[in-house]
Design a protein around this ligand. Structure first.
Ligand code: AMP
Length: 179
């Protein structure tokens, strides 16, 4: 078990930049680039994720397009497990399952390769930000459609006012930072 000082978490939180009205009016965009752009903070994020998941039974990590790939790739490498891209429509080349959804700032369709999961595999979903929860819920439903068991959804940051966690219930949900 790795213990992380609350002062380190506070310093990490300060590295998440708020951009009002991006990409559209009314959205408070959490820009993670200052945090991932500094080695010590990217390492801190990964240390926290690795410490949470290294003893859990995880067969594969599903990464949500696009910023989820940043953390999921590093985590999959550390845990020695495979990675499944969950992508916007039109990006995956093989046969896909697809589901439409509404994100905090637009209508989208998420897709997954039909053969990405062997039935019963334990899957962890990773993304950068949990906002309304629609994206993550859609990803969770795609995992179930492929026959996977969703073990947890993990996020760098959670926008608590948008109540995404409630939307995801009863799927287990974890976030490093809460705003
Ligand atoms: P949602 O479906 O509303 O939970 O939106 C989550 C997805 O959209 C994640 O993949 C985030 O990268 C992105 N996103 C939505 N809202 C924000 C926000 N305010 N700041 C940063 N990313 C966001």
């Amino acid at each position: 078990m790795t213990y992380v000082l609350s002062s380190s978490i506070e310093r990490l939180k300060e590295k998440i930049r708020n951009i009002p009205n991006f990409p559209r009016q009314g959205v408070q965009f959490k820009d993670i680039t200052p945090a991932i752009g500094e080695g010590q903070f990217f390492r801190l994020i990964m240390t926290i994720f690795i410490s949470r998941y290294q003893k859990k039974k995880i067969d594969k990590i599903a990464a949500i397009d696009a910023r989820g790939f940043i953390f999921a790739g590093a985590l999959a490498h550390s845990l020695g497990v495979g990675i499944i891209p969950i992508r916007k429509k039109g990006k995956l080349p093989y046969k896909t399952y697809e589901l439409p959804y509404k994100s905090e700032y637009g209508e989208e369709i998420l897709t997954i390769h039909q053969d990405a999961i062997t039935k019963g595999e334990s899957i962890l979903i990773i993304d950068d930000v949990l906002a309304t929860g629609n994206t993550a819920l859609t990803a969770a439903l795609l995992i179930e459609k492929c026959g996977g068991n969703l073990m947890e959804l993990g996020f760098l940051a959670e926008l608590c006012d948008l109540k995404g966690r409630e939307k995801l219930f009863p799927f287990p949900c974890y976030s490093i930072l809460q705003f």
